[in-house]
Ligand binder design. Structure first.
Ligand code: ACO
Ligand code: OAA
Length: 372
């Protein structure tokens, strides 16, 4: 019986959704380089992940309309967000709870059919940005803003967040960040979603499970902590001193290292370039400059590479997003991948139930409680 710690390099399922081969990430066979260089939109990428081909014009228009028509949230969901705002809860916990609540109100969640999986998927993909934007406003004492039918996914999100139409540059930056985060084969949250899907649970349950898994600091939760680190360095001295202290005390440096990539995370160079441009354009250079100092120091000291969570932190900051919402932006994109994997798991299902090797004591004798 061999146990592989962290299931590292264990292949647990076949997939047609995304691949990492020789440090190149591809969605349904299209490398992210190909998608980025051709300005693929986030909605096109979601369609690609769900249907495994790029949409034609009619398919894309219908898909966008379908998402748009489902993007509003009910009064009950808004009321629940208002209650959660008063409690100073972590926004990822709020998202997890609110997505779970959406499932309670969606009759399709209790229907076990292909159509119901599709409808639940559309609802989740469409409503998560509305929830994130509404939460961000409600906790500042502002009213939520309704989604607009004439705006695409990223433009709509930024509009609902601020109440103003974002610039073309801002919309493109967010859209590209969402494209880069959309899927990543069997990462921890996707695996969690597939385990849940393999029991034939409803789609909301799968996505609630995935959100809870993404929240952790070793996974999506790292991006929020990256910005905390940049702020600490900015406030308290040099990157070298700060980082060496962390390394000496065996703390993990957030935004560095990866289970699969050991020499380069292919998403990172796009995010680094976006971070450079956006910080220059908005006179926020210091965040990019500190990031580069951190990258150089950690690469030299430990040979660790920045992962997708590192430069995305600065990109989101410059887009005016608060750092405790960064992981929610990740979720807003990755839900597209989770939903594709839920559909794929159900299409050729086999209950995921591995074994554990028992290493505790055996043949124990029961001792009555008054004798213990
Ligand atoms: C979207 C994403 O989920 S991307 C990942 C986001 N997470 C983070 O940024 C958190 C920081 N990073 C980490 O904790 C890790 O790199 C992980 C969890 C992402 C990957 O972990 P593993 O695959 O187990 O790492 P790996 O086996 O390559 O680690 C090798 C060594 O480098 C160390 N190491 C890895 N990452 C880091 C880090 N960020 N800071 C300091 N040391 C690190 C490990 O502790 C290990 O040291 P050891 O040999 O002395 O025990
Ligand atoms: O694949 C992983 O382990 C983590 C990651 O980069 C992602 O989920 O995007």
């Amino acid at each position: 019986m061999e146990v592989v710690g962290g299931l590292a390099n264990i292949y647990a399922c076949d997939t047609k959704i995304s691949s990492i081969i020789d440090d190149e990430l591809a969605y349904a066979g299209y490398s992210i380089q190909e998608l980025m260089e051709n300005d693929a939109s986030f909605e096109e990428v979601v369609y690609l992940l769900w249907y495994l081909h790029l949409p034609n014009e009619t398919e894309l228009r219908d898909f966008k309309r379908e998402l748009n028509e489902s993007s509003a949230i009910s009064d009950a969901v808004e009321a629940c967000l208002r209650i959660q705002c008063r409690q100073n809860l972590h926004p990822m916990s709020v998202l997890r709870t609110t997505v779970s609540l959406l499932g309670v109100f969606d009759p399709y969640a209790e229907e076990n059919s292909e159509k119901s999986v599709h409808v639940q998927s559309i609802h989740l993909q469409a409503k998560i940005p509305t929830i994130v934007a509404a939460f961000s406003r409600l906790r500042k004492g502002l009213d939520p803003i309704q989604p607009r039918a004439d705006l695409d996914f990223s433009a709509n999100f930024l509009y609902m967040l601020t109440g103003e139409e974002a610039t073309e540059t801002e919309v493109k930056a967010l859209d590209q960040a969402l494209v880069l985060h959309a899927d990543h084969e069997l990462n921890a949250s996707t695996f969690a979603a597939r385990v849940s899907a393999s029991t034939l649970s409803d789609v909301y349950s799968c996505i609630t499970t995935a959100i809870g898994t993404l929240k952790g600091s070793l996974h999506g939760g790292a991006n929020e902590r990256v910005f905390d680190m940049l702020e600490d360095i900015n406030a308290n001295g040099t990157a070298a001193e700060y980082l060496q202290k962390k390394l000496d005390s065996k703390e993990k440096i957030m935004g560095f290292g990866h289970r699969v990539y050991k020499t380069v995370d292919p998403r990172q160079s796009y995010l680094k370039e976006m971070s450079y441009q956006l910080t220059r354009d908005s006179e926020n250079e210091k965040w990019y400059d500190i990031s580069v100092e951190v990258e150089d120091y950690i690469r030299n000291a430990r040979g660790l590479i920045p992962n997708v969570d590192f430069y995305s932190a600065t990109v989101y900051h410059v887009l005016g997003i608060e750092s405790d919402l960064f992981t929610l932006i990740f979720a807003m994109s990755r839900v597209s991948g989770w939903l594709a994997h839920v559909k794929e798991q159900r299409s050729n299902n086999n209950l995921i139930r591995p074994r554990s090797r028992y290493v505790g004591p055996v043949n124990q004798r029961y001792v009555p409680i008054d004798k213990r």
